[in-house]
Design a protein around this ligand. Structure first.
Ligand code: DC
Length: 222
């Protein structure tokens, strides 16, 4: 039986950084489910589909083959065989992913892939619905959050470090807007699973959060 750790929470809570760290330490596979929704969103953008064209999204998502490979321990997302890792972190893709991830056909397809990965390997999987829908029987479930100002500051620092000019107030506004959409959608909204442990990372370092989560894992030999 594989061991599964599910981490859910809003954008910018630190999920991917922490999940990657835990995976490395425990020699698990890190599954970034947001990247799968992003790769799918890229396919819609490339086909000239607008976020509100729900029927077109349902139809065309069958043509997008999303697969995952691991190169030097890093997840690589392939869209119809093409490595799209470097193309899915733009604002345009973020916005499309936020809209198109509400589509039940898109979700069905990606959830199937995620469940298969978790069945085959020990995983740390992060997303919005992992503890609630994808892996309801996960061994450890965490709902990782932080205040919107903290999350906006992290995003602001990340972009500024890359030399991207940005506006802090706008970033916070976008984060609050995206939270609202992720939490209020009809299909698999972002919410804490009843049996998930709530971790607020606002005043914690990455290492402190990672250690706290590892402390929740009890597996002989881990
Ligand atoms: O975590 P992220 O920002 O890379 O996710 C991109 C989008 O995909 C985001 O709007 C939420 C959505 N998503 C989702 O609906 N379910 C998941 N399991 C992961 C991400």
């Amino acid at each position: 039986m594989s061991y599964n750790i599910a981490i859910d929470g809003p954008a910018g809570a630190g999920k991917s950084t922490i999940a990657r760290k835990i995976a490395k330490k425990m020699q698990f596979i890190y599954v970034d489910t947001g990247a799968m929704y992003r790769a799918m969103a890229l396919y819609f953008i490339r086909n000239g589909i607008r976020p509100e064209e729900k029927d077109k999204i349902s139809g065309i998502c069958k043509e997008a083959d999303i697969t995952i490979r691991y190169v030097d321990g890093e997840q690589v997302v392939l869209l119809n065989g093409e490595n799209v890792n470097g193309l899915i972190r733009t604002e345009e893709v973020s916005n499309m992913a936020c809209e198109s991830s509400a589509n039940p056909d898109v979700r069905r397809k990606l959830v199937e892939l995620q469940q298969l990965l978790a069945k085959e390997s020990d995983v740390v999987m992060d997303g919005r619905d992992i503890g609630t829908c994808v892996l309801p029987d996960a061994d450890v479930k965490v709902y990782l959050t932080a205040g919107s100002a903290t999350r906006a500051k992290r995003r602001y620092d990340e972009l500024t470090a890359k030399g991207v000019e940005c506006d802090f107030a706008q970033i916070e506004k976008d984060i609050i807007e995206r939270d609202k959409r992720d939490m209020s959608r009809e299909v698999s909204p972002l919410r804490k699973a009843e049996d998930a442990v709530l971790v607020d990372s606002s005043d914690m370092t990455i290492d402190e959060v990672a250690e706290a989560i590892i402390g929740l894992c009890r597996k002989p030999g881990v």
